[in-house]
Ligand binder design. Structure first.
Ligand SMILES: Cc1ncc(C[n+]2csc(CCOP(=O)(O)OP(=O)(O)O)c2C)c(N)n1
Ligand SMILES: [Mg+2]
Length: 672
């Protein structure tokens, strides 16, 4: 690559882009870790995008109608941090750049949502960003249809690398975007032909432009170092009525000795090579120093959208107060005042009528009550609508000619569904929930984990939550999944035992602002156990005494979901033999853990009573509750799954795996 020729062709542009390259080199060298090559390769694209196209106002980074920029190739975090610093985002100071990757700095190794405005999502796990972006673009379409283009009209720009496009999730995302003609989604592919192990050809020969085109995308191929070509491509992409992919032929670590090699992917720290690269750029200022004229140009770019933003404010102030309030409420993740009373009324009705239904059906009953009053909810399923029971009557289907539709047919794409739901939540104004089988949590898990890390309240509706699945067999019967969900920090794993608990779980999931929720729901019918109406949300305490012992307490049965009714039957058997038995329903361990110790001890008191936990899942995690508050072991046992399930009718499976009232009663007696 002839750097001198590039410089000479566009001297002003060159130096602006060189600011990104040198900040990256300096920050990575100071940290002695990081990824230099990607920001150096994509600096030209980023300069044209932020300098000429991106609609943003650095002083007001939360402006709802800003364009979103997503760095799916999150290892190139210095590209984003450089852009935020150069354009004048107040929180991204030069000290933050100097402290790249250090304790307490907002400039983490990979961009982390919540660390600083301008970081729209957490990326680093490759492929997540492009799937998030599909959700951002869908959220924009839904919001624009609802509020009009004067309130919502923005683009979602994404940079992906070779790695993002190799990850399977990218195909799921590309397919969705093409099908839904998400024309405001524009993806730049950093086509540098390099990954960590070497050339892309080591492991891939995909014709990427053809692949995107085959999924319904508008595709262009350009020289990623030619600012005029980049500008023209972005303009054409904006004009297209399809999502756009711009393949940008680039050189990783441009102008450095490691250019075009996999060595250029990582941390370039050799001081001589660094000095030589800067000299080649014509860069003469010291480390972290940006010449005034260049910094001024960048700051002007950061203010380019200020007028448009004030115009937007003025327009927004002119729409009806009701619409403003609705828009702002959804963005603030506040629930309507009527939510609590609606849920209460449903609970009362259920406690009176006592239906026997599967909790997936209970979930639908709750959503039928909630969706009409929460216009921000958007539901969906990964091709299991009739099984997940996520579609309620009033939603409408999101489609090209019905952007107001609030139900998404995600297709068989659990991973992108979860990541796009995260994107919707991050975009703002939308509360996404969608379903698949609990067993396929595995297919969605990387995105579920990021929801927890990002502190966003995405809701994952996971039905068919145990061997209760029956004949479909062990491939479809989750066993270890509750343990995995519960092991994830900052997530609520709800496993409600009946319709009342399910309604309570939904209320909690939709009031949560910073914690995602998993609702593990049954395929099989369950009796109503909460037959006495309590207006208070008992699930909010995580666990509570559902039925207390009569006479001296000799046993405590702990259970969740479908096994709470097993525990109740076992209690009947034991009480008939005058063995005082308490049943504790534990729909959400995480919330129970958050209660103070005195409440926990009230529910699960120490002493001589034996403890038996019943759950049709793996035992992992139950030790915490079997042992007692201060680790003092009561006599205890676990009744549940020790291995995989099998293909047979559900009743037979519970029988064969020993998860029955009789087995529980016997277990208690053997411990006494
Ligand atoms: C899911 C996932 N797998 C592996 C990695 C580790 N990783 C980080 S960057 C990278 C190579 C990516 O290649 P490319 O996207 O072409 O980036 P470039 O080398 O061009 O900067 C890998 C394997 C990761 N971050 N995420
Ligand atoms: Mg690459």
């Amino acid at each position: 690559m002839d750097i001198a020729a590039l410089r000479a062709a566009n001297p002003d542009h060159w130096m602006r882009a060189a600011a990104i390259r040198t900040l990256t080199l300096d920050a990575v060298a100071a940290a002695n870790s990081g990824h230099s090559g990607m920001p150096m390769g994509m600096a030209d694209v980023a300069t044209v995008l932020f300098g000429q196209h991106l609609k943003f106002d650095a002083a007001n980074p939360e402006w709802p109608d800003r364009d979103r920029f997503i760095l799916s190739a999150g290892h190139g975090s210095m590209l984003l941090y450089s852009l935020l610093y150069l354009t004048g985002y107040p929180e991204m100071t030069i000290d933050q750049i100097k402290n790249f990757r250090q304790w307490g700095a907002i400039t983490a190794g990979h961009p982390e949502y919540g660390h600083a405005p301008g970081i729209e999502t957490t990326t680093g796990p490759l492929g997540q960003g492009i799937a998030n972006a599909v959700g951002f673009a869908m959220a924009e379409e839904i919001q624009r249809a609802r509020y009009g283009a004067k309130v919502v009209d923005h683009h979602t720009y994404v940079i992906v690398g070779d790695g993002c496009l190799m990850e399977g999730i990218s195909q799921e995302a590309i397919g969705l975007a093409g099908r839904h003609k998400l024309s405001k989604l524009i993806v730049f592919w950093d086509n540098n032909n390099i990954t960590i192990d070497g050339k892309v050809s080591l492991s891939d020969c995909t014709d990427q432009p053809a692949r995107f085109a085959a999924s319904g995308w508008h595709v262009q191929e350009i020289d990623g170092h030619d600012p005029e070509a980049i500008d023209a491509a972005i303009t054409a992409a904006k004009d297209s009525d399809q999502p756009s992919m711009i393949a940008c032929k680039t050189h990783i670590a441009l102008g450095h000795a490691a250019q075009d090699t996999s060595k250029g992917h990582g941390a370039l720290t050799d001081s001589d090579q660094l000095a030589a690269a800067k000299q080649g750029y014509g860069w003469t200022t010291g480390p972290f120093e940006i010449p005034d004229d260049i910094k001024r140009w960048w700051e002007a770019a950061g203010k380019r959208g200020a007028t448009e933003r004030t115009d937007w404010d003025a327009h927004f102030a002119g729409i009806s107060e009701r619409r403003q309030a609705e828009f702002n409420r959804a963005y603030a993740l506040d629930v309507p005042k009527s939510l609590a009373s609606r849920v209460r009324a449903l609970k009362k009705q259920i406690s009176d009528e006592r239906p026997k239904v599967a909790t997936r059906k209970s979930s639908e009953m709750a959503l039928e009550v909630i969706n009409p009053i929460m216009s921000e909810t958007v539901g969906g399923s990964a091709d299991l609508t009739g099984s997940n029971n996520t579609k309620t009557g009033d939603l409408g289907v999101f489609d090209i000619d019905n952007r107001k539709g609030r139900y998404v047919y995600w297709g068989i794409r659990e991973h992108a569904m979860a990541a796009a739901m995260n994107g919707m939540a991050l975009h703002g104004g939308i509360r996404p929930y969608s379903g698949t089988f609990f067993c396929f949590t595995d297919y969605a898990r990387p995105a579920m984990r990021l929801a927890s890390l990002m502190k966003i309240p995405t809701v994952f509706v996971m039905t068919h939550d145990s061997i209760g699945v029956g004949e479909d067999g062990p491939t479809h019967q989750p066993v270890e999944h509750l343990a995995i969900c519960r092991a994830t920090p900052n997530s609520y794993t709800f496993r409600p035992c009946d319709t009342v608990e399910t309604a309570e779980a939904w209320e909690l999931a939709f009031t949560s602002k910073e914690t995602p929720s998993v609702l593990a729901l049954t395929r099989q019918g369950l009796p109503t156990l909460r037959t006495e109406h309590k207006s208070r949300n008992l699930t909010a305490q995580g666990a509570y005494v559902l039925a207390d012992s009569e006479g001296k307490r000799q046993a405590i049965l702990m259970a969740t979901g479908s096994e709470v009714s097993v525990a109740m039957e076992a209690r009947d058997l034991l009480q008939a033999e005058r063995i005082g038995t308490r049943v504790v329903s534990m729909p959400c361990w995480e919330l129970f853990e958050q209660q103070d110790e005195s409440y926990r001890r009230k529910v699960l008191p120490g002493g001589a009573a034996v403890r038996v936990a019943i759950e049709a899942g793996a035992p992992m995690g139950w030790d915490r509750w079997l042992a007692g508050e201060r680790g003092k072991a009561a006599k205890s046992a676990f009744v549940g799954m020790e291995g995989f399930g099998a293909s047979a009718p559900a009743e037979t499976l519970f029988e064969k795996f020993g998860i029955t009232a009789e087995a529980v009663a016997e277990k208690v007696k053997s411990l006494l």
